[in-house]
Design a binder for this molecule. Structure first.
Ligand code: 3PG
Length: 308
């Protein structure tokens, strides 16, 4: 059995070593493709492998077509919008993610980005505090729940909206106030922290109308996906409302323009770094390797995201 670790953005060495140990202990061979700059390298590497571990690497229909022996792809992380699920499913290739394994790292970054913006990107001058501010959690999944907890630790008033969690008890047991619509969340939050996946339903859903509803001086924190933002709408509202701020871990396609026009009211990390901690790398990497072994040895498919 041949397993490919394909990471354009490599894991910490300890995490990659952990994958190797698990894979080889199971009697499989590990092939590593890191820091590749061209998709041709990926197309070549997948040709004879049975399993692939990836991060945000794009597993397109072309890649799947080139991987004639492929049986399973594990996205070491949460979001699997980088995998062409339809193409994988058509070939009955199992796709899994490793939910929760890197959530703490992303949640810590979300809080860090809030403080960074509250303190003028660490430039001289008077900033503000998170304490006493309203924090709106947009989607109450693995990351959203931790951001909520940390926000409460800072003395923030925490609200949440998740279209898939209608039972108020889920929020209330965490001391979080549920709101009944996404509009209500944005209207009443000094900070909104976005934790929705990029799907056909959510793409460009954070739009002009929604952002316009935010109160004076509000900040949007995006550690989710750039695709969920309607960038033209964001630019329009930032031009009209000089009090609003946007901070993101996933640079917008028009980030250069946003930076030019809005200066210190916007910020994007140079390369997505939410899950870039040694701890998160190890958690997600080992989980991915273990899931592959469990799949081949026991047919375990608990984290499969494409069913047929
Ligand atoms: C995820 O979906 O798990 C995060 O976006 C992490 O992505 P990365 O593995 O590319 O850092």
């Amino acid at each position: 059995m041949k397993v490919l670790l394909a990471t354009e953005k490599p894991f910490a060495k300890v995490a990659a070593d952990g994958i190797k140990e698990i894979v080889e202990k199971a009697g499989y061979e590990l092939v590593v493709l890191e820091k590749y700059t061209d998709k041709s390298a990926l197309l070549e590497a997948v040709a004879d492998v049975d399993a692939i571990i990836i991060r945000s690497d794009k597993i397109t229909a072309e890649v799947i077509d080139a991987a004639k022996n492929l049986k399973i792809v594990v996205r070491a992380g949460a979001g699997y919008d980088n995998v062409d699920l339809a193409a994988a499913t058509a070939r009955k290739i199992v796709v899994m993610n490793t939910p929760g394994q890197n959530s703490n790292a992303v949640a810590e970054l979300a809080i860090g980005l809030m403080i960074f913006m509250a303190r003028n990107q660490y430039n001289p001058g008077t900033g503000s505090e998170l304490h006493g501010k309203r924090l709106g959690i947009h989607a109450y999944g693995n990351v959203g729940k931790i951001v909520a907890r940390y926000g409460k630790g800072f003395g923030m008033d925490v609200y949440a909206f998740d279209p898939f969690i209608t039972d108020h008890a889920v929020y209330e047991k965490d001391g979080v106030k549920p709101v009944s619509s996404v509009e209500e969340l944005y209207s009443n939050s000094d900070y909104v922290s976005i934790h929705i996946p990029a799907t056909e339903q959510t793409k460009k859903s954070i739009n002009y109308d929604l952002i316009s509803k935010m109160p004076q001086g509000a900040t949007i924190v995006n550690t989710a996906r750039k695709e969920v933002i309607d960038e033209d709408g964001l630019a329009k509202v930032l031009a009209e409302r000089t009090d609003l701020k946007y901070v993101t871990d996933i640079a917008a396609d028009m980030q250069v323009v946003l930076n030019e026009k809005f200066g210190k009211r916007v910020f994007a990390t140079p390369k997505k770094m939410g899950a870039e901690t040694q701890e998160a790398n190890v958690n997600a990497a080992l989980a991915a390797a273990n899931q592959i072994v469990a799949f081949f040895t026991k047919g375990e498919n608990r984290f499969q995201v494409n069913k047929w």
